[in-house]
Design a protein around this ligand. Structure first.
Ligand code: HEM
Length: 407
């Protein structure tokens, strides 16, 4: 049934406000009251879950079959299948038999260690734009672990075009834009990246090498699924958020930075873990995610009607003062106490939790400690960068930092 004209207009206005600045929109929504905040965004009614108990219930009690990948399917234009675009038994097969062995393979951390040592040497004494440099570093590690090769500048640009497309593809006109002249650059980027991955797959089918891709082709006979898995591995670039925002927060809090350096000198990684957790609290790269419900779904006293979107927003909840004390304060010591269930979920939770959670934390600790033992990062500007929500939370206009030896 079509919505009445008034509701459609309200939906369009809300969607425009949300689209202009999603984080400001979510910041504003915290003034509203209710366990579940419902509104119309464009043609959809969305329900943002506020109370941690309900967030926990929605994430962990996901014995609810009633949700579909919904709008996420638009990402098929870039990926053509793969884990995040499948459901049910095939989803579990890919998660357990393809991703799990790759995520547990020690190669990624070995490559990360070696490349970060080298990277630290390269950036020492220079000025870097930390966001794009961290992202390129993370992609370089992934590509080297997968293929044993260097990510060329051309493939780096193709990957950049792809992750930019993932954002607009999720918008209301995304799939239509893909086929227009405006989408031509992205289609060309996809062709370039696919061709490079296909060559690498064919080479490993002929002769296995000692890389993750060789393991993957041995596990999966379908080349298209292998290609999509490689692209989704590269697409999961959220680690760069930890380095960008973590080093920014440390540089702005000299006492905490000094404690961090002292902990590194003492060979302790516990404080680094707290810094990372606190960074993911304030700047969760996956700032929101959603489920489209395919049948009425009861959550506490609420019923989410069929076809609506249930929204879970780490950014909204992690900065909610009804959930966290002084939520905007960067305070690694708050991690002396475990947060309540549903209060903190940068990796989601329950059956659809990020299955790379453990690898991501280990890789983040490794990279951050390697950088921190050797280098100090100084902001180039007085005023802090404005966070902007795209696929992740990125610093608007970039984050230029002077990289000094720790001495
Ligand atoms: C700081 C790092 C990371 C964060 C904060 C993060 C966060 C998340 C979140 C919140 C989800 C669930 C989204 C949802 O339920 O709709 C997710 C899923 C996923 N993550 Fe991560 N992630 C990180 C790193 C990684 C890495 C390094 C990889 C791969 C190497 C990865 C691969 C994936 C995949 C493939 C999914 C989809 C899982 C599925 O549908 O079963 N993530 N991630």
């Amino acid at each position: 049934m079509a919505a009445p004209a008034g509701a459609r207009r309200r939906g369009a206005v809300q969607l425009a406000r949300f689209g202009a600045d999603p984080l400001a929109y979510l910041d504003g929504a915290r003034a509203l009251e209710g366990d579940v905040l419902s509104t119309r965004l464009g043609s959809k009614t969305v329900h943002l879950v506020r109370r941690p108990e309900l967030i926990h219930a929605a994430l962990v009690d996901e014995d609810w079959p009633p949700f579909s990948r919904g709008r996420l399917m638009a990402l098929d234009k870039w990926y053509s299948g793969g884990l995040i675009l499948t459901e049910g038994a095939e989803h579990h097969r890919q998660r357990d038999t393809l991703w799990k062995p790759l995520l547990e393979d020690p190669r990624t951390l070995e490559v990360a260690r070696e490349r970060t040592e080298r990277w630290a040497g390269e950036i020492e004494g220079t000025i870097v734009e930390l966001f794009s440099a961290s992202r390129a570093h993370v992609w370089g590690i992934d590509w080297a672990a997968l293929t044993g090769e260097e990510l060329t500048p051309e493939l780096l640009r193709a990957q950049e075009a792809g992750v930019a497309a993932l954002v607009w593809l999720l918008g209301p006109f995304g799939p239509r834009r893909w086929s227009t002249p405006a989408g031509a650059r992205t289609r060309a980027a996809r062709r370039r990246l696919d061709a490079a991955i296909d060559v690498a797959i064919a080479a490993r089918r002929a002769q296995p090498a000692g890389d993750l891709l060789s393991r993957l082709v041995a596990l999966e006979p379908d080349d298209q699924t292998v290609q999509a898995t490689v692209k989704q591995w590269l697409g999961a670039d959220q680690l760069m958020g930890i380095f960008t925002w973590g080093l920014h927060l440390l540089a702005r809090h000299p006492e905490i930075e000094a404690r961090w350096h002292a902990s590194l000198d003492a060979g302790d990684t516990g404080y680094t873990v707290r810094v990372i957790k606190e960074t993911l609290r304030l700047f969760p790269p996956v700032w929101s995610f959603f489920r489209e419900v395919t049948a009425d779904y009861r959550l506490g006293d609420h019923v989410i009607p069929e076809g609506d979107l249930l929204v879970l927003s780490p950014y909204f909840t992690h900065r909610d003062e009804t959930v966290w004390e002084e939520p905007l304060r960067f305070d690694p010591d708050r991690w002396d106490v475990r947060p309540a269930p549903g209060a903190y979920f940068p990796f989601s939770a329950g059956p659809y939790e990020c299955h790379a959670h453990d690898l991501a934390m280990r890789e983040a600790v490794l990279i951050l400690t390697t950088l921190g033992r050797r280098l100090r990062f100084k902001p180039m500007r007085e005023d802090p960068p404005r966070p902007l929500a795209t696929g992740a939370i990125v610093p608007k206009g970039g984050l230029r930092m002077r990289v000094l030896p720790r001495g």
